[in-house]
Design a binder for this molecule. Structure first.
Ligand code: DC
Length: 205
């Protein structure tokens, strides 16, 4: 049985944590599509051409350990505006989404462009201030030296780039359930996400 749960939303809204928890809960496979753009972005930092890097991408390139830094995140959001880069990554994402046993696919354009027919769609969001605070705490915990203002400016810059690009901009699908996690704990947000998916499962013929 194929069942696709599409989860979109801006950076640091809790999308990754919620996606992993939802996948665990239902026993589904999980694909963080941000890693595809990060892997391509990382290749451009060492001089590769973005489109060629996207066309040559293989699963082994998605090893998350080298892809979490802010230089790679910045490079990822730059290559993500290139139509040919996005096109080169479509088939891999769609094949993953329709694998048997169910899949959670998270990103920015999953419910709108990659899997418009997904059985369940969630849009996970939170205010820029809350997202910046979470990111700041996460970075400080990892020993990264930064300031709250710098992190907030980065969040705004990335939102602006992700939402205003002409290719697959970040936006909620018309039939997505929006969950604003600004005032929620992780446990509450996960519970809300699971409940929304269960509703869609019950709606199925
Ligand atoms: O979710 P993330 O921070 O790992 O994503 C990195 C960048 O990739 C982000 O700036 C937006 C882009 N991205 C995208 O355009 N489409 C996706 N499906 C996933 C990520």
């Amino acid at each position: 049985m194929a069942f696709t749960i599409a989860i979109d939303g801006p950076a640091a809204a809790g999308k990754g944590t919620i996606s992993r928890a939802v996948a665990d809960h239902f026993g589904f496979a999980h694909l963080d599509t941000g890693l595809l753009y990060r892997a391509v972005g990382a290749r451009t930092l060492t001089g590769a051409d973005a489109v060629e890097a996207a066309r040559a991408l293989v699963a082994a390139d998605l090893d998350a350990t080298n892809l979490r830094g802010s230089a790679v995140a910045d490079a990822a959001s730059k290559v993500a505006v290139i139509a040919e880069v996005r096109a080169a990554l479509v088939d891999f994402q769609r094949a993953f989404a329709r694998r048997s046993g169910g899949a959670v696919v998270d990103g920015r354009d999953i419910g709108t462009v990659i899997c418009p027919d997904a059985e369940a769609k969630l849009f996970i969001t939170a205010s820029p201030e809350v997202r910046a605070r979470r990111r700041f705490e996460e970075l400080t915990e990892r020993g990264v030296q930064t300031t709250r203002d710098a992190v907030l400016a980065e969040v705004h810059a990335r939102d602006e780039r992700d939402m205003s690009r002409s290719e697959a901009p970040l936006k909620a699908a018309d039939d997505a359930v929006t969950i604003d996690t600004s005032a929620m704990t992780i446990a509450q947000a996960v519970e809300a996400a699971i409940a929304a998916v269960e509703m869609r499962m019950q709606d199925r013929p």
